[in-house]
Each structure stands twice: as structure tokens, then as C-alpha cells.
Design a protein around this ligand. Sequence first.
Ligand code: AMP
Ligand code: GLY
Length: 429
Amino acid sequence: MRILLVGSGGREHALARTLAKSRHTDTLLIAPGNPGTAQCGTNVDVAADDLEGLLALATERDVDLTVVGPEQPLVDGIVDRFEAEGLRIVGPTQAAARLEGSKAFANQFMSRHDIPTASFRVFEADEGEAAAAYIEDVGAPIVVKADGLAGGKGAFVCSSVEAAHDALHQIVDDRAFGAAGDRVVIEEKMEGEEVSVLALTDGTNYVLLPPSQDHKPIGEGGTGPNTGGMGAFAPAPLLDATALTEVCRRIIEPTLQGMRAEGVPYRGVLYCGLMITDEGPKVVEYNCRFGDPEAQVILPLLDTDLVEVLDRLVRGNFEQFSLRTTPGAAACVVLASDGYPIAYDTGREITGIDDAEALPEVSVIHAGTRRRPDGGLVTDGGRVMGVTARGADLPAALERAYEGADRIQFQGKTLRRDIGQKGIAHLDT
Ligand code: AMP
Ligand code: GLY
């Protein structure tokens, strides 16, 4: 099959590696890709949000199946555009992608279908005074969010009423997130541990991927500002088989049923960001795609051919289908540029990748890297790369990932040394 993969980050390099390995893949195009994906297929210079350019590429190159990495093209309706032209593509329609594209939609959908989440109120941008009064009423802690896509930066978990007013002001008055702030969602702060559960679904049937945990804050022990994710591991020992069954029964199945009942069946990757609270699992957010860096640790654990899985998904053929996963665990340690997520330099030379990949079961996943005209590899983003390793268990996977991470050098390299510790804590219990 000729496959087109859309996107350019670490998630897409992890997807490209897995897609390239499939016995069904003859050609793999990545638009626009990165220096890592260039080793798995052919990068084509079309931006991930250029829907018409992607459509032209898929048509000209006779693509059989398109896989979309990031959320923006899905929320913009890439699936509807491709399907209107008779092209096969993995992902939800624009209407279904609102589960990620609008937090107000997602919360209201969950209340209609009795899916556990935080209590919340939605305010339009011109209801700033009512929103401020609500903050005064409820008090801190409280969570204030821009409704739309904000690159993971639109949620403020506020420990004081002042911080909540400030967040509201940034969203509504300063328009810090543009049109994503046309509405604001104010939520109860949930307490517990976060875990990501991803399902692949044809709209009716679904298969679960191994649960994973991300590490969002920049600092060790979960301190400092949130990032795109500093590391991940899977499977997450936090969720045993009983807990996963509860997640399916209380969250995943009612979500799929609810979307079908509302006439917008959800097909593609359903990412449930959960908080495991004293009252059971609750939804923090839905995403309509693979997570980054979660994909880096989930995909290496798949033992079923990913192209076969995605092809079945698009054909609505998940009945009686189950995924095989490999035993053991995977861990990913992200190497970031000093100063990320606020301000950082780029263009710094990277060395040691071959040494890292010489270790057994270690892969280096490119996120923010660039090839210089002379062929040298340099940093080109906040999150530069992820070192992913498989091992017999979580401690073994982590040890290898850190060994690999230590073999890579660039000026200003920073990493968290405590990736996976929260998983190990649950292994001991
Ligand atoms: P979101 O953009 O909705 O995924 O939020 C980003 C992060 O903010 C989440 O991963 C949580 O760590 C935190 N967060 C969001 N909403 C809540 C909530 N209602 N209670 C506690 N933490 C939250
Ligand atoms: N790792 C969080 C996300 O992909 O949204």
C-alpha cells in the first residue's frame, strides 16, 4: 500500500517507524516530516495544516491510506475533505473531532451521556463578568480553560482566585489564544493521578492500546510549567485489568455510544486523558489522535501490524478483532533545549545518536531536529528528541532509555531524571 503520514513531530517519527516496518507498506510519504521520518520514507514538503496541498499530494501519488498525526488538520476537517474525494483516511470527521476541538462541546457531551468528569460551567467571551462572579462563588482551587485548540497551553490549574481571574483575563481580554478563547470553560479541580487510555475504534467496535503515563511539567517531581510532555511509559501499572474494564464501561463505551446516538460516530484514535480519583476514573480531556510522547511508548509494544489495524479501522471491520501486544514495557525520555518551554536556542549540533541506537531495543525519535545543508544534525525546537527503549519490565526499559539519553549530546541538553518513577511506585504496591 502507498501510505501518507501527516505531521512532523516525535509522534510522527514513531508512527513512521511502525508504518515502515509493516509488510503492507510499499511506499511511505510523510508531509512534511522531519530528519527522523526521512529515514523511514520520503518526506514531502507540504504543511500538516495545508488541507488542499495534502489532498493534491494524496491524489497525485495515488495514496491508499492517509494517517494523520496532529489534531489541527482533524479539527479543520481533513477527514471530510479526503472522504468526499473517495480517499481513505484514519481519523474522526470534523464534527466528531470536536471532542478535542471544543472543551465546552466535550464537557456538555459528557454531561448528556453521564460520563464522569469535573463539574463545569461554560461562558461566552462577552460573559466575562459572569465568569468572574462564578470564580468568586466557587473559589480556589479551580481550573480555567480556553475552549478551543491552544497547543496544550490553554488550561490553567489555579490555586488562588487571583490566578483564576488572571487566567480568565488572558483568555478573554488579552485574547492570548485568539479564537480558541471565544468561549471559556471553568472546571472543578480534580485530584488524583493522570493516565492516558487510547482506543482505536471503527465507530462501533474498539481495541484498547496499552495505558500510558506522560510527564507534563518541565521539572522533576512534577514542578514548573507544563510542556508538551517530557517522557512517558507504558503499560501504566496504575491501571490493572479491573481498572481498565471500569474505564471501558464508564468512559470509552458510553463515549462511542453517545457519539453514535448524536449522529456523529467517532472513528479513529480516541485518546482519553483520565484522572484516577477517589470516586473512580474521570475524563480530563479527550484528544482525537495519538498522544506525543505516548505514541513513542505505545507503538513499540504493538505486536499486530499497524497498517492492518488501521486498514480494518477505516473499513469498519473491527468486529471480532483483537490486538496483540508484546510483553514487557517501553519508556521514553525526552531531551529538551535548555529554557524550554519558555525561551530556548536552536541550531545546536547533536551527536551520539548512533551510539545510543547501538544499545539493544533503543530507538532515537526525532521531534525538533533539522539537517543542515552540510548534512549535520542540529536542534530545531524545544523538545529535540525522545530516547525510547523496550525492556522486560519498566525498570529495565527506563535504564536503557536513560543509558541512550546519556549517549546523546548537544549544548543545553536538559531532561527529567525521574521519568517512570510514578509507575515504579505502583509496581511496588
Ligand atoms: P487539558 O488541556 O484540558 O488537557 O489540561 C491540561 C492539564 O491540566 C491536564 O493534563 C491536567 O494536568 C490539568 N487539568 C486540566 N483540567 C483539570 C481539572 N479539571 N482538574 C485537575 N487538573 C486538570
Ligand atoms: N501527551 C499529551 C498529548 O499528546 O496531548
